[in-house]
Design a protein around this ligand. Structure first.
Ligand code: CA
Length: 422
């Protein structure tokens, strides 16, 4: 076990009970304040630790980091140093924050400058994302959608259990949590109409997803094996892949999602490292039929991460779904192996989303499409109103955390408010 993951570790920085950011987590992000430009930081309790300051004061001496590595508006340079080097930084941060380490704890002046209260920072996109891929890896989600739109008897298409289905998405419209999202407009064909109309989407939906971020550049023509995949993955985020179901149903044939998906996706600002998730590995669902050899893997490659979706309306929040990342049929190693098996290269900062993560029960579906069964069974919210899909002014927030032995590795906030179409 990594020293930094020891459940017994305590920090001298106060970490409130139930915080997503105990000393065992230490996720990386990019923040700015009124008086500082955007730089790299680590979350601890209700504080952000300024990595530029620590670097400049020599706290990372001996790790061999390039100058200015944290003084950048994206983490790409840092994560591009690779899993090992980034892991050394996380271990060093853990050491500096341990209750039995005096280096920073007893240096009052340095402490004051290095720790910034979260309410004084603004979180930015942590990564400049060169490429974005969206998988479709939850069997329950694919079954629900196939049942609704095609044939309940053959809900999964013949390829689904043989390969992790995915499409290439749009990176430019991925925004950080807190950024408002405008309702998209587009072509919609009402079921009884002969020709499409142009209209704001009437079926705006969220998709409960997680994404992983790669930390290597590979050569075109080369492949990453399932066994080597994790070496190329820095960490994970929460991801709401907003979808306009009415635009989607008209446009997606024959090439797949386009304008129904590329108007916005919301991502959480803190990247939780795979290192921090080490203790939460679990076995994935049994894969039957047997997969081709390049998709075989050893060990536990799924993660037990509790997920939750809440809709906020008129000042009241309603939890509408509780799911778990462990339900994913295809794990992240298989996804990356499949993605590169044809020689497709990966880049530092690429985002690979899981696809909507639905669980087995009705309360665990990861989209309104499934929760209301395409609007047929509206959901009652805490303010007394009903929802078939997401309305203007609603906020949708995702939560995610892995928890055991009193340690909670949380993902922070992934929230956005819907603005009316222009
Ligand atoms: Ca999606």
């Amino acid at each position: 076990m990594r020293k930094s993951n020891d459940p017994k570790l305590k920090s001298w920085v106060e970490v409130p009970k139930g915080s997503d950011f105990p000393i065992q987590n230490l996720p990386f992000g990019i923040f700015k304040t009124n008086y500082l430009t955007a730089v790299a930081g680590v979350a601890i309790g209700n504080y952000v630790l300024d990595l530029v300051y620590l670097y400049e004061k020599g706290f990372f001496d001996g790790i061999g980091l390039p100058p200015g590595i944290f003084n950048q508006e994206y983490l790409n340079g840092f994560i591009g140093l690779g899993r090992k080097k980034c892991g050394e930084v996380r271990e060093r941060v853990s050491e500096l924050l341990r209750s039995d380490n005096d280096e920073l704890k007893n240096n009052i002046a340095a402490r004051e400058l290095a720790l910034i209260p979260m309410e004084e920072v603004q979180m930015k996109m942590p990564i400049l994302i060169p490429n974005y891929t969206d998988f479709y890896s939850s069997e329950e989600h694919a079954t629900n959608v196939g049942t609704m739109f095609r044939d309940p008897k053959n809900a999964l298409l013949p390829n689904w259990k043989h390969l992790p289905v995915a499409y290439h998405g749009r990176a430019s419209s991925i925004v950080v949590s807190g950024t408002p999202v405008r309702r998209p407009k587009g072509q919609i064909k009402p079921p009884d109409a002969e020709v499409p109309i142009f209209s704001p989407s009437k079926k705006l939906d969220f998709e409960l997803e997680m994404g992983f971020i790669t930390c290597a550049n590979t050569e075109l023509g080369s492949s990453i094996t399932a066994a080597d995949a994790e070496e190329n993955i820095f960490g994970m985020v929460l991801f709401n892949d907003w979808s306009a179901r009415d635009i989607q149903t008209w446009e997606y044939v024959p090439l797949g999602p386009f304008l129904a998906k590329n108007f916005a996706s919301t991502m959480s600002p803190w990247i939780v490292t795979l290192d921090a998730l080490e203790a939460f590995r679990v076995q994935g669902p049994k894969q039957d039929p047997k997969v081709l050899p390049y998709l075989e893997y050893q060990g536990k490659k799924n993660f037990d991460i509790e997920l939750e979706v809440a809709i906020g309306a008129n000042g009241k929040e309603t939890v509408v779904s509780k799911s778990n990342f462990k339900y994913m049929y295809w794990n992240i190693c298989q996804q990356l192996a499949h993605h590169t098996v044809n020689g497709c290269n990966v880049q530092v900062g690429d985002l690979y989303a899981s696809g909507t993560i639905s669980g087995p029960g009705k309360g665990s579906y990861g989209s309104m499409l499934e929760l209301t069964w395409n609007g047929n069974n509206p959901i009652k919210l805490a303010d007394g109103s009903e929802r078939k899909f997401i309305e203007d002014g609603d906020t949708v927030s995702l939560k995610g955390y892995a928890q055991k032995e009193g340690v909670r590795i949380g993902f922070g906030e992934c929230i956005a408010k819907i603005l009316p179409s222009l």
